[in-house]
Design a binder for this molecule. Structure first.
Ligand SMILES: Cc1ncc(C[n+]2csc(CCOP(=O)(O)OP(=O)(O)O)c2C)c(N)n1
Ligand SMILES: [Mg+2]
Length: 634
């Protein structure tokens, strides 16, 4: 009845979009009723029944659809794209697939917390073609996670019929391939849905494992209202109309004398009144009002940085040891912290940073993952929803492209959208100079500095690496932590033995001079030191940024105002990199102080080549030296 009302409002232009679940109601309602209120459900765009069954006040639901303040996203996301911890609902993002992995993470948290709870996640049959579906099911199977994967096979993914979507007869057939129990359920029969799910949930709570359910059903309206159903054969529509879950259940209730017609009239009248009353409340609510500050402040969860001062006892260690030590101490400090990554357990990770960790923290908290970056990032999101922290080791920063979607669309946006932090650190072994070719050498920080909602940390020294890793883990926001492989075993420093933190957004001025400012980070810092050592007559400020988001612009601007000349040096190719943005900011903020053109120096605009000689030409060290001398002489 809510849907029928919405279709009217849509025609009147009072709401902007509607994804109808007419014909599929029994699935969302049946599944939700079989779960306990404490168990999480991750619904899709057609699952209104999840929201109503969980008892969300209708005025809030309507306000959400109208982008009003008493909705769930402060007007920032539309329709059912929201979550609410209060009702244990985690809404979808448009990309469909990532929520399957998020369900894995929630289920993993429930296992680690020994809660014996089921997590139910929905998807359409169309989205089962996404890699995320395969990754999430595989991960859940390997880890025995108590996830109920509910596939609503409604015949179409937008206009694409199932025979153009997958080749096997039933989606449930795929369960065998994942080593997973799977069932086919008549999704139009509420009793069958409820009884099947109820029985399964009882069993999964006893013996945690994933189960794949394929609900056979049909989409009776267009993908969304505007797109219509012209491409759907009339015959199919007619056949499925006879199987309408609500009509049939109603007939059943009448036949069994559970409900008579007078009662039906009374109930419907009550529901109409409830809908109308709540719609009135939502419509009367003023349009959302916000300020720029308000909008900007909600991109990140507030983080009250807690300075833990470094102790006096130090040890001379390598960059790689500092990261390992920082991670180990964070594990000791935070029982809620887990580490996920490929080959990180017994093997100790390809760079041996987690060597020995499973002996101290156990296999539950130091988890080898299958090769499925997207599902693991999503699972980390799910762990965060249950109050846990994750450090994920990306085996090489290059491979982050396989987990890109959930990072930039889920982790980065979730706090702005519905106030939930993504308490995840992704460690990114990066960088060239190690003869590793185009796919093991990139420094891809620019993929992330572009995206509001992410923090980006990029230390150049062991001392900073340890302290900034501690802060990254304490910070509840998603952090991309870049660690340069060429520095791992070549850079040593005296590093405090005990745990300490360092603030984000504070650059370090490593050398002071009044002629030129050099702004850089990561390996660039070491190249700059080397070249400056060669030319003691050049008096330069050398600024190591340490974190790129947040960025310490005041240290940059103060230096440029003093020297009037600046080189921004980065290892990545220049175009679209952070050096370009920094130089634009300098141009805007320090124009009157400049005595020479701002110079950006970076790698050649090619992929990173393998051979040593080509790699030397690719990397910007020599070009930096030239730029330095040119600028000195300018
Ligand atoms: C990554 C991605 N690709 C494409 C789309 C566009 N899109 C949104 S829903 C949808 C169809 C989904 O079909 P299905 O999974 O069967 O769910 P249904 O709509 O039938 O419930 C498509 C193609 C999208 N939102 N995200
Ligand atoms: Mg579909």
């Amino acid at each position: 009845m809510i849907e029928e009302k919405m279709l009217i409002l849509l025609r009147q232009g009072k709401i902007s979009k509607w994804f109808s679940g007419i014909g599929q109601e029994a699935i969302a309602v049946g599944v939700s009723m079989a779960l306990s209120p404490q168990e999480y459900i991750l619904p899709m765009h057609r699952n209104l029944g999840v929201f109503t069954t969980r008892g969300i006040p209708l005025n809030r639901l309507f306000a959400q659809w109208q982008g009003k303040a008493s909705g769930f996203t402060k007007g920032r996301d539309r329709c059912v794209h929201f979550g609410t911890q209060e009702y244990r609902i985690v809404g979808m993002i448009s990309h469909l697939g990532p929520q399957l992995g998020v369900a894995d993470g929630i289920a993993l948290a429930s296992v680690l917390k020994k809660e014996s709870a089921v997590t139910a996640v929905f998807t359409g049959e169309g989205a089962t073609s996404e890699g995320d579906f395969h990754e999430a099911l595989n991960l859940a199977a390997v880890w025995d996670l108590p996830v109920l994967f509910c596939v609503e096979n409604n015949g179409y993914g937008l206009s694409t019929p199932i025979q153009e979507q997958f080749k096997c007869e039933h989606i449930a057939d795929k369960g065998k391939g994942y080593g997973m129990e799977a069932h086919i359920v008549d999704g139009n029969n509420i009793l069958e849905v409820y009884n099947t799910v109820d029985k399964l949930c009882k069993s999964i709570r006893q013996k945690p494992r994933p189960v794949l359910l394929e609900f056979k059903t049909f989409r009776m309206r267009g993908h969304e209202e505007a797109s219509g159903t012209k491409y759907v054969p009339k015959k199919l529509m007619e056949e499925w109309a006879l199987r309408d879950p609500i009509e049939n259940y109603l007939a059943f209730l009448h036949e069994e004398n559970i409900l008579n017609e007078e009662e039906e009239v009374v109930i419907k009248k009550e529901i109409i009144e409830e809908i109308d009353k709540n719609l009135r409340i939502a419509f009367e609510e003023a349009p959302i009002d916000s300020t720029l500050t308000n909008e900007l402040n909600d991109v990140y969860k507030e983080f009250n940085f807690h300075l833990v001062k470094p102790g006096n006892v130090v040890k001379n260690i390598r960059f790689v040891d500092a990261i390992s030590e920082g991670l180990r101490q964070a594990m000791e400090k935070n029982p809620q912290l887990v580490i996920l990554g490929q080959d990180i357990a017994e093997y100790g990770g390809v760079f041996k940073i987690t060597e020995g960790f499973i002996d101290d923290f156990g296999k539950e908290r130091v988890r080898n993952t299958p090769i499925c970056e997207s599902a693991v990032v999503s699972a980390a999101m799910g762990l965060s929803l249950k109050g846990m922290k994750t450090v994920m080791e990306m085996q090489f920063a290059d491979f982050v492209s396989s987990g890109f979607n959930p990072i930039v669309n889920y982790l980065a946006k979730v706090h702005y959208r519905w106030n939930e932090p993504a308490d995840v650190v992704i460690r990114m072994p990066c960088g060239a100079g190690v003869g590793a070719g185009p796919f093991h050498s990139q420094t891809n920080e620019a993929w992330f500095t572009k995206t509001p909602g992410l923090k980006v940390v990029y230390p150049a020294f062991p001392y900073d690496a340890k302290g900034l890793l501690a802060t990254s883990i304490e910070d509840p926001n998603p952090v991309l932590y870049f660690e340069h492989k060429a520095l791992y075993r070549s850079v040593y420093q005296e590093v405090p033995v005990d745990y300490y933190t360092l603030p984000f957004g504070k650059a370090q001025v490593l050398k002071e001079g009044d002629e030129i400012s050099i702004v850089t980070f990561g390996a660039g810092v070491h190249w700059a030191i080397e070249i400056l050592d060669k030319y003691p007559e050049i008096h330069a400020d050398l600024i190591d940024l340490r974190t790129l988001q947040p960025l310490d612009t005041s240290t940059i601007f103060n230096s440029v105002k003093k020297t009037g000349k600046v080189i921004v040096l980065q290892e990545d190719t220049i175009f679209g990199g952070i050096a370009s943005d920094i130089s634009a900011m300098i141009a805007e903020q320090c124009f009157e102080y400049l005595d020479a053109p701002i110079r950006r120096v970076g790698s050649l605009e090619t992929p990173v080549p393998f051979s040593k000689t080509l790699e030397e030409t690719y990397l910007p060290k020599e070009r930096f030296e030239e730029a330095l001398l040119e600028l000195k002489a300018y």
